[in-house]
Design a protein around this ligand. Structure first.
Ligand code: EPZ
Length: 420
């Protein structure tokens, strides 16, 4: 197990190259199951979740190679339609293979993902979508067993906007017989990029980027090369880190269009922001103005920055409200932030931050990916030393985070520890 030892109080100034999107790369990696052949996915981040997904694909017979952020996958030899528990339990996104396996093989045996640190993560919408396309589904010993002679196009309406369920339904529909219309589809950039890759593979999709996707099933798809989009959550995390230290940061290889809600909120909190095609610039001279956020589906404030924003508002003199409407219990980081001296009341799915108190370093425990990011951010500004344990959570979604932050003035050491 590794931990971070963070010496607080340094100002961040400099530029950071943003990595490819974790959440997009996982969807793109699942789509390669739809057609045999060789794929190149450019700008793939070097993350634990990508390794987990690579292992899952190799387990199914694919050949996977990864070097310098270029992922090459050969699915010619894929001969299994099973996603075993030991892979899916590590990463919910493994469930993305359900749709492609059903579409390609007419069979799928995928472990239910189970919950995560902050509570149940249901997959009922994924299952309903597959049933609408004609799959016969049973749940046996913790596995989703799905069968179909041939998927058939249909109307699929999602009562709740779901990134994963939209991705699964979209991938399955590309090889279904006839037309599928998906309404209330997620429009996160990761889904738009997935649809663009599927079109490159020969899929017929209309309405990309909107909440209504119309897919004309085709008989077969073909492998392709594709460039992953930048990671908008990593980008937001580093912008907040710089703002917390009254610093100045330039993000390279990012995309401001994917983060207009976050950039607007950062400006409201007192940051100076500018941007051009591939870069975002932020400068912050004062403590932040208390600024409330309410998370929502894209293009609103993403739930994946809720914990980081909470850390940020610890520095704002006054009260800020952070409400998560996507995950009502994604607040495991709050008791840990309180160990650093944070004054936060949790009322249902709203964290009420009474900011402006000096934070002091302590030993804190990561419980999930974005929660651990908020602990690191708080450690950057806490007086003295903060130790963040269980940073395998952070390695799931941030590529070499300590190197990137240290390159612009942070003081973070990664050390081995036998404390789990
Ligand atoms: C994706 O998860 C992301 N993960 C999550 O990022 C992100 O928090 C989430 O979307 C919301 O934006 C990946 O893309 C790999 P959902 P996903 O289905 O697809 C409910 C991170 O930190 N729901 O859009 O699993 C669900 O409980 C991760 O990078 C059902 O009820 O999220 C939630 O309340 C964490 N039934 C809401 O929908 C279902 O079948 C949105 O979830 C599916 C979802």
């Amino acid at each position: 197990m590794d931990k971070f030892i963070i010496k607080g109080g340094t100002r961040l100034e400099g530029s950071i190259k943003i990595s490819g999107s974790k959440n997009c790369s996982l969807a793109l990696m699942a789509s390669v199951l739809l057609a045999p052949g060789k794929y190149k996915i450019i700008n793939t981040p070097d993350l634990r979740d990508v390794s987990t997904m690579s292992l899952l694909l190799e387990n199914m017979g694919a050949k996977v190679d990864f070097s310098q952020n270029l992922l090459t996958i050969d699915t010619t030899g894929v001969n299994s339609y099973e996603a075993p528990y030991e892979h899916v339990k590590k990463m919910r996104a493994s469930f993305y293979v359900l749709g492609p396996l059903l579409a390609r093989f007419g069979r799928a045996k995928v472990s239910l993902p189970g919950g995560c640190a902050w509570g149940p993560r249901p997959v009922d919408l994924h299952i309903k979508a597959m049933q609408k396309l004609g799959a016969i589904i049973s749940i046996e010993k913790g596995y989703v067993i799905a069968k179909t002679k041939k998927l058939k196009g249909n109307l699929i309406h999602f009562d709740i906007s779901s990134v994963g369920a939209t991705g699964n339904a979209l991938m399955a529909a590309t090889l279904a017989k006839g037309t599928t219309v998906i309404t209330n589809a997620a429009i996160e950039p990761e889904i738009t990029a997935l649809a663009e890759m599927l079109v490159k593979m020969g899929a017929k999709i209309d309405g990309i980027g909107t909440t209504t996707l119309t897919i004309e099933g085709v008989d077969e798809l073909y492998s392709c090369d594709f460039e992953n989009i930048p990671d908008r959550i990593e980008s937001a995390t580093f912008l907040i880190a710089a703002a917390m230290t009254k610093g100045k940061i330039e993000l390279n290889n990012t995309n401001y269009e994917h983060m207009t809600a976050v950039l607007t909120k950062l400006e409201e909190s007192g940051c100076k922001i500018s941007y051009d095609k591939k870069n975002i610039y932020l400068e912050m001279e004062n403590s932040p103005i208390p600024t409330d956020i309410i998370t929502s589906v894209y293009p609103g404030i993403p739930t994946d920055i809720q914990a980081q924003w909470t850390a940020y508002m610890l520095l704002a003199k006054g009260t800020s409200k952070i409400t998560d409407t996507i995950y009502y219990d994604r607040f495991k980081h709050i008791p840990e932030l309180m160990r650093l001296g944070a004054d936060i009341d949790l009322v249902e799915n709203t964290a009420i931050v009474n900011g402006g108190k000096q934070l002091s370093g302590a030993v804190v425990m990561s419980s999930d990916l974005r929660g651990s990011a908020s602990l690191i951010l708080a450690g950057l500004v806490a007086k003295g030393t903060t130790e963040v344990l269980r940073i395998y959570h952070i390695d799931r979604g941030y590529e070499k985070i300590e190197n990137k932050l240290n390159s612009i003035g942070a003081n973070i050491k990664r050390v081995k520890t036998d404390i789990i």
